[in-house]
Design a protein around this ligand. Structure first.
Ligand code: CP
Length: 335
């Protein structure tokens, strides 16, 4: 079934400094990065790179989305994603509204679809949604006239996180094609891992995935057609890697014991300086946040010059500007 304007994907190159339109693929595409063509991913990243310049100005505001309305509808806690979508909307001059689910009518028993229909009746151009259940953005896209952007759905996908990770890698490595990328940790519960596997392999990276057997589903090796290695040994994944992406242990999503203790997890899978020595000398370290310091990553590594964790957050604003720009289908006169 075609899904209406469920978007994180498409842009016209040169956005931010010239006229751009929303390609047909945006309006009919599926939200998860699994459905995106490589060329569309690349163009989204190029658009984000153009918008990045706006964030470096003293006055960080352009009229690109003036008159557009963006609603942030977050059913889960968020620091980085919610704030950066709000900043992205405001820097593009859109009107941004944040719905706090704890103080909304959801707490009175209103269904998700009714909530979406009521918000849609106020004619926003875009609804950014985060939800603890996989597939919610798709569900909302079927009933909403507004563009729906996936800001993370359960353990399924987090497309804009993968885009900002790719942007961070490209800024520091120049390319993505041919790089060895290790993704380590709680793969089972990680929407970040899924979106990055799809996006980075599509852009030509070689991805290795590592974690305890209980946290790496056996069928993960078949998630993409090629370029994916699955191992339970962190050292094997990290050896010779250009990029080491460490995932958060998601205590809130764990309904049974996947490893004996956090201490044991840290001993076997925590990223320390010693383990990082196995990677290439110029390897970079990424973490989507929020970090559990001393569990999946040591503070020494997190605070080192190889850690680009705050760069990821910085590029997140530009990526979300690009996604909102595309999702709302406006044209840019001059940024
Ligand atoms: N990376 C990420 O999604 O962080 P938040 O949960 O703070 O949005």
């Amino acid at each position: 079934m075609a899904v209406r304007r469920c978007a994180t994907d498409v842009v016209e190159s040169g956005a931010g400094c010239g006229r751009a339109t929303v390609p047909r693929t945006l309006r009919n595409s599926r939200a998860p990065s699994v459905g995106l063509r490589r060329s569309l991913c690349s163009r989204t990243l190029r658009t984000a790179e153009n918008f990045r310049e706006v964030n470096q100005r003293e006055i960080k505001k352009v009229p690109t989305l003036r008159g557009k309305t963006v609603i942030n509808l977050f059913f889960e806690n968020s620091t980085r994603t919610r704030t950066s979508f709000e900043l992205a909307a405001k820097r593009l001059s859109a009107d941004a509204v944040n719905i706090s689910v704890s103080s909304s009518s959801v707490t009175k028993g209103e269904t998700l679809v009714d909530t979406a229909l009521n918000l849609d009746a106020m004619q926003p151009d875009c609804i950014v949604v985060r939800h603890g259940s996989a597939g919610v953005p798709h569900q909302l896209a079927k009933v909403s006239k507004a563009a729906i952007v996936n800001a993370g759905d359960g353990a399924n996908e987090h497309p804009t996180q993968a885009l900002l990770d790719a942007m961070t890698i490209r800024e520091h490595k120049g390319v993505i094609e041919g790089l060895q990328v290790a993704i380590v940790g709680d793969i089972l519960h990680s929407r970040v891992a899924r979106s990055n596997i799809h996006l980075l392999t599509k852009l030509g990276a070689h991805v290795r995935v590592a974690g305890p057997k209980t946290l790496v589903p056996p069928d993960f090796a078949h998630l993409v057609e090629n370029n994916l290695i699955v191992t339970e040994h962190i050292e094997e994944a990290i050896e010779g890697a250009d990029v080491v992406m460490i995932l958060r242990i998601q205590k809130e999503r764990q309904d049974s014991a996947y490893f004996p203790t956090l201490r044991e997890y840290s001993i076997h899978y925590g990223l320390t300086n010693e383990r990082l020595e196995l990677a290439r000398k110029d390897a970079i370290v990424l973490h989507p946040g929020p970090m559990n310091r001393g569990i999946e990553i040591s503070s020494d590594v997190a605070d080192s010059s190889r850690s680009l964790i705050l760069d990821q957050v910085k590029y997140g604003v530009a990526v979300r500007m690009a996604v909102l720009y595309l999702a709302t289908g406006g044209t840019v006169v001059n940024a």
